[in-house]
Design a protein around this ligand. Sequence first.
Ligand code: NOJ
Length: 532
Amino acid sequence: MTNGDAAWWRDGVLYQIYVRSFADTDGDGSGDLQGVIDHLDHLEWLGVDGIWLSPITPSPDRDWGYDVSDYRDVHPELGDLATLDRLVSEAASRGIRVILDLVPNHTSDLHPWFVDARSSVNAEHRGWYVWRDPRPDGSPPNNWVSVFGGPAWELEERTGQSYLHNFLTEQPDLDWWNEDVRREFEDIVRFWFDRGIAGFRIDVANGLIKDRALRDNAPATQDDPEDIRRRGQRQVYNLNRPEVHEIYRDWRGIADAFDPPRILVGETWIFDLREVARFYGATGDELHLCFNFPFVFADLDAETLRGIVETTEDALEPFAQPAWAGSNHDVGRFPTRWCADRPAAARCALLMLLTLRGTPFLYYGDEIGMVEVPVTGDDVRDGPGQIGEAQTGRDPGRTPMHWNAEPGTGFTDGGARPWLPIGDARAINVADQREDPGSMLHLCRDLIALRRETSDLRSGAYASLPSPPGVWTWRRGSSTTVAVNLSDGRVAVPVDPGTIAIGTDRSRDGETVDADINLGPWEGAVLRVAPA
Ligand code: NOJ
């Protein structure tokens, strides 16, 4: 890597790999780092610029890697540090950077820091976590609730105090007011940057700092949005505290001091886009990219999505680059969530993700339109899913990649039972789609290539254009227009004269368009038009 490509993450496309589900090379039914190395050729062919690996650090896997027991090593089931180093260098030789997942909000309860902390009130690491006495009536120290349901406090009989856990009881929250915690994580961040990691996706980025006095959250009211009402409280004291920004200014300084600079991507699970904007920093001195959850959770509806994109564009300072995703390991897969498994709708969604102003994040399998797989009974692996509270279980969006139509789908050699059930790979797989130029896979690859060769698509401003109901049309830069018909009817959409560069119906590529483009139900196109 050289400094010359420092803006790679603005121009490029990122691809999230849930390592356990990508490719299994040691026959244990679970994907591993060698499996990622073995499929770098696919990613290079597809044209992605960076991969984000879901947590690869050692973990007892109560929350599949999001409960870390060692921040400076690799989970033995996934590989080792030498394999990771090889992955980084093999990826670099194909122009692909590697981003890791960093989980700074909480550790595993089996992390040596917590094992020590819980042993006594005088333990060395006691102050690394958040401990409080129960209230006089024995109830938890405050009214905060865990994301996975129930009180966010667990009483430790041994010391008579409770510890805070905003997620599972096995995921105790670190105390980010503690300077030793901060120094430790600066060191962890440097440890991985020194190994050539291109950046981090930061888990629960808006939650690290809690109200110092641990005040009660205010109860939800009938006027609050549904997610707040469901939780029963407004999370003002356990999330989005202003002091969290100091941490990111600090980490940004560290990231910028590396050559090339490293990047920070925030899991900003926030529904107020002005609040999301703050995580880029007042002068662009915090996170490089922040996920946009209002967009992720919106319906695939033209008016709704246009509104969110316009609000995002208004909320962000000119230096702030939006990040767009339709799928991930928590929310599931967009071909199912947004598109009810309809391939034509999934093509429109893919076209939208790859042509908005900002950095697209694909999730493994998005490129072939993989759909969610029902996971029930003994097959369920998701800890919070088994608790069955806030989440209904996230396994359906985490099932093994479909590389081909063989038994084991090219994910595993078929010896061991895959860690999660495999979906219908005869219908959707990489090998068959590679042979078919009209496939979703080729559409994805061609859109990525178009983006690379079209400066409008990489950096041109976004402007909504007037569109008929059910259709969303926008301009990028001076001479690129995108139109998606997210409706069941055929529509004539007014556009400037031009040519279809790529259509979701590939037989229309190259077609000349005069005053209108006629789009069938769930059809979209990128057009080269006369400069505005
Ligand atoms: C967000 C992660 O994406 C999710 O998978 C995890 O359960 C929680 N944070 C807790 O780490």
